[in-house]
Design a binder for this molecule. Structure first.
Ligand SMILES: [Zn+2]
Length: 232
């Protein structure tokens, strides 16, 4: 049993009942663990079922390390899992490119990545002033808030700034520290600053204008973009 092996590989004798289920309700390569005093239940997306058992063990060990807050050296399976997740984007099959986002991507790719970045799926998600964009590793997809749709030429840079941020998530993949994924590393922030100075403040101004335009606010006190920014 994969889940039992995951514990044994970490040198843990776990007495609770351990289960692993594959669920069609999970997107991409998501997985989680729930536990009580009696049992530990892992659930992983259907896609995991076809993945090499050693890599699955690495996935579960990653969850166990977080669950038990272990400070241990990574096992070989955990290393396998990490490189699997990093390389996943290369194997993602579906391709969806919104034309407006594709144009912006081409410009950013030429300017900041020397044209070397593989194009991820590029799609508009929901209208959101809080989650401006996100990058999903499992499917290699950038989601952008629809507030960036059909911008005037002088506002185009806001879309490009947020898109650039998301592409940096792809570039840096994720670095793992003590079993935790840290997305906005120092190296990430250094790259991000290359876009130009004062962008966060300018983006704040843009968001206020946009909210005003869609009637969300009559007038709102200035909120720092930084505050929003840290969460995605
Ligand atoms: Zn981010």
């Amino acid at each position: 049993m994969i889940a039992q092996h995951a514990f044994l590989g970490l040198g843990i004798e776990e007495k609770r009942q351990i289960t692993l289920n594959y669920s069609g309700h999970f997107k991409g390569y998501n997985a989680h663990v729930r536990y009580s005093a009696q049992k530990i239940a892992f659930t992983a997306s259907r896609q995991w079922e076809e993945v090499d058992p050693d890599i699955q063990i690495g996935l579960l060990q990653n969850l166990i390390v977080k669950m038990l807050k272990l400070k241990i050296k990574k096992t070989a399976q955990m290393e396998l899992y990490e490189s699997f997740m990093k390389n996943l984007s290369r194997y993602a099959k579906k391709h969806t490119y919104d034309p407006q986002l594709e144009e912006a991507f081409d410009r950013i790719n030429a300017q900041f990545f020397e044209g070397g970045m593989q194009k991820p799926n590029l799609v508009f998600a929901n209208e959101s002033f809080h989650k401006l964009g996100s990058y999903e590793y499992g499917t290699d997809t950038v989601y952008m808030s629809t507030i960036f749709k059909d911008l005037s030429p002088q506002d185009q840079m806001y879309l490009e700034y947020v898109l650039y941020h998301e592409l940096l998530h792809k570039k840096h993949s994720f670095s793992v520290k003590n079993g935790r994924h840290s997305a906005h590393t120092r190296a990430f922030r250094i790259d991000e600053a290359k876009f130009g100075s004062g962008m966060e403040a300018k983006l704040s101004g843009f968001l206020r204008r946009k909210k005003y335009a869609v009637g969300r606010i009559a007038r709102s006190p200035q909120r720092s973009f930084k505050e929003l920014f840290r969460f995605w």
